[in-house]
Ligand binder design. Structure first.
Ligand SMILES: [Zn+2]
Length: 286
């Protein structure tokens, strides 16, 4: 999963919104904030970028809803009356196609590569120390180089049930690095929410997807230990996105209906690029 072409973070406040200044239109690059009943942020696609939004707010009680193609609008909804307006930093970051990544031959496969839809096998315990560990290490290299926050093995052409993620998207924040082998969902919340997502296998687009608010997961670590964990919020979303990849499910399969027409053109472009590259890779016919 890729995250932050526009990243809104709580760690430092470039934008510090409160009820006194929220009505001012604040412009940072192509960002405009106005206050309506719903707090609405409007992003114009100033650089022709498809806009992707990841929000994590310092104050609980806010969620983002929806993101709309180029000229993106998304809303920040106050979930609780008592929620304080959040501190936000808005950073424009482009998704990166890193090409060759030092330390690995792995590359991110793009839609519509057929391996993204192929079945994925579980790892045997005997494979964890060798094959799985090497794969996870190299996938993390590719993920960071691509400015991603999560990557599933089929995305690098390995049809095995392994995923890596780091919701901070930063190799320096290595404590957040997670490797899950043969994960299984054992429980989920009934509640769900809709937020924008993007995927390294679909560069240049994003769309809103409904996900469970929390999931309980059972998985193996690379050391062979089985463990259970509960993910909530953004982590739960990243996990569910990557977990889908292990079942050959892609986020375009789950797009909210209103976002489906907007991505069609980009999907056609990706298909054309894929076909063109396939032909380029072929020996000239004799
Ligand atoms: Zn993905």
């Amino acid at each position: 999963m890729s995250s932050h072409i526009i990243r809104i973070e709580s760690r430092s406040a470039v934008l510090h919104l409160n009820k006194h200044n929220a009505e001012e239109a604040i412009s940072i690059g192509p960002v405009v904030w106005t206050q309506a009943k719903m707090h609405r942020l409007a992003f114009s696609a100033a650089r022709g970028l498809p806009l992707k939004v990841h929000c994590s707010f310092s104050s609980a009680g806010y969620s983002t809803i929806g993101a709309r193609g180029p000229g993106v609008h998304f809303a920040v909804r106050r979930r609780s009356r008592r929620a304080h307006l959040p501190r936000m930093e808005i950073v424009l970051e482009e998704e990166v196609d890193p090409g060759a990544v030092a330390g690995t031959d792995l590359r991110v496969l793009r839609y519509p590569h057929p391996l993204l839809r192929a079945p994925n096998a579980e790892f045997e315990k005997s494979e964890l120390a060798g094959e799985a560990r090497k794969l996870a290490k190299e996938m993390l290299l590719v993920m960071y180089a691509s400015k991603g926050v999560g990557l599933a093995a089929p995305q690098v052409g390995v049809n095995k049930r392994l995923m890596v993620f780091n919701v901070e998207g930063d190799s320096k924040a290595w404590v957040h690095e997670t490797v899950l082998v043969n994960p299984r969902i054992i429980a989920t919340s009934k509640a769900s929410d809709v937020e924008p997502e993007a995927c390294l296998s679909f560069p240049g687009m994003s769309g809103a997807v409904r996900r469970r608010e929390w999931v309980k997961v059972e998985a193996y670590k690379l050391n062979g230990k089985k463990f259970k964990v509960k993910y909530e919020g953004w982590k739960a979303r990243v996990f569910q996105h990557e977990y889908d990849h292990l079942d050959g499910v892609l986020y375009i399969d789950r797009l909210e209906e209103e976002d489906q027409p907007e991505v069609q053109q980009r999907l056609s472009e990706l298909t054309e690029e894929y076909m063109a590259n396939m032909y380029k890779g072929q020996e000239p016919a004799l």
